[in-house]
Design a protein around this ligand. Sequence first.
Ligand code: AP5
Length: 228
Amino acid sequence: MILILLGPPGAGKGTQAERLVSRHGFRQISTGDMLRAEVASGSAIGREAKAIMDRGELVPDNVIVRMLDRRLAAEDGHDLILDGFPRTVPQAEALDRLLAERELELSGVIVMEVDEEALTERIVGRFSCASCGASYHDKFRPTRIDGVCDRCGGHEFVRRADDTRETVLARLAAYHAQTAPLLPYYRKMGKLYLVEGMAGIEAVTTAIEGILSGFARGGVHAKVMRAD
Ligand code: AP5
């Protein structure tokens, strides 16, 4: 199964991807995480991407598509969640081509609908474990024991360089200008599904699982809205 999680910054794509990985055995492909790893390693891609990411703009399509192509080859045969990719129509067209070359089919695109005013609070409160990457939030998802990672017991936490109020505005502008056109693109393909992203984290997972069980039965559950 190949699933895309789509939504503006802070919509909860990474949070839901992490839960679907642990509960349903998906592999997560997050282009944001891949780029942050390139930045941390000081590679040529990382050096090119860093300033762009810090401004809240999108990294060029050719760089992203090359990275994704290599990663798809490494994940051959697994159920995949694409988190943060595609983000432009040319990226979506490239994905269609890469999947066709591998005789794979996109199962669906889940759009997390959110109230944009809430996104800044979600983003500036986000932090993650420096050792295992588990994601938390000061208010919405604190660690169970203050200062200790629930997953690995680590004591060091990091915040993303682009999680500032100013950069959130630029990231949202990029979403509207370059990523939102993917909604009609996938609606036309009959692949678009909407979930209410403002619900609690568990409720959003339940809604996504409803869509997944519809796929498993060969059709989508009547209660789940397909956006066509
Ligand atoms: P990327 O890392 O993909 O960031 P993003 O899309 O801006 O998304 P976020 O990671 O900020 O949000 P999310 O939706 O995953 O939310 P999360 O689950 O963490 O991209 C970063 C940059 O890399 C881009 O700006 C661009 O420069 C570049 N890039 C990446 N991919 C690219 C591509 N394909 N093309 C070009 N450039 C690319 O949740 C946020 C917080 O809210 C968390 O703390 C969480 O605990 C909390 N939360 C989540 N869900 C809920 C809920 N239901 N209720 C309450 N709190 C919640």
